[in-house]
Design a protein around this ligand. Structure first.
Ligand code: HEC
Length: 135
């Protein structure tokens, strides 16, 4: 009987944990804030947050495109990090028009932890924010 109670409690706890992560409790505010700081420092010069675009597609639009191109955050982040280190047209997940309009992004050799943070932030802005109105 003791064993039975033990296993019932164990499985109930595991179930709750799984539910928690499925409902977004795995959001990491500290990493998100760090990514925003990286964006402010290195990306904002070319990428506006929302429309209109200046020298490159706005980040909120990039985030939307990456949500359409990848089902999972990890895959999207890995692709983005690889792109930022070594951009090329065949890796682009934007419309072909984007690279024709703005040319290629220069490679930005930032430390991996900063690339991780900014890729996390870029993926999460669509989940955490409402679409910015054009300025
Ligand atoms: C010197 C200007 C410049 C800077 C600085 C810059 N970018 Fe870009 N970026 C571009 C241009 C131009 C494009 C559009 C063409 C393309 O897709 O390469 C682009 C496209 C992108 C894309 C879309 C990739 C795809 O799939 O096509 C991502 C993601 C991105 N930038 C992230 C970043 C991040 C994150 C930073 C800061 C760490 C950054 N960029 C800094 C110019 C810049």
């Amino acid at each position: 009987m003791r064993n039975l109670i033990f296993y019932v409690t164990l499985y109930a706890t595991m179930g709750l944990c799984a539910m928690g992560s499925a409902y977004g409790s795995d959001f990491d505010q500290a990493l998100f804030d760090k990514g925003k700081a990286v964006y402010d420092q290195y990306c904002m010069a070319c990428h506006n947050y929302g429309p209109p675009p200046t020298h490159a597609p706005p980040m909120f639009g990039i985030s939307n495109h990456y949500h359409q191109a990848f089902p999972e955050r990890d895959q999207a982040m890995a692709h983005m990090i690889d792109f930022i280190k070594q951009p090329s047209p065949d890796k682009s997940k934007m419309m072909p028009m984007a690279t024709q309009m703005w040319g290629m992004m220069p490679p930005l050799p930032l430390p991996d932890e900063e690339l991780q943070a900014v890729a996390y932030w870029t993926w999460e802005i669509v989940n955490q924010d409402t679409p910015p109105a054009p300025k």
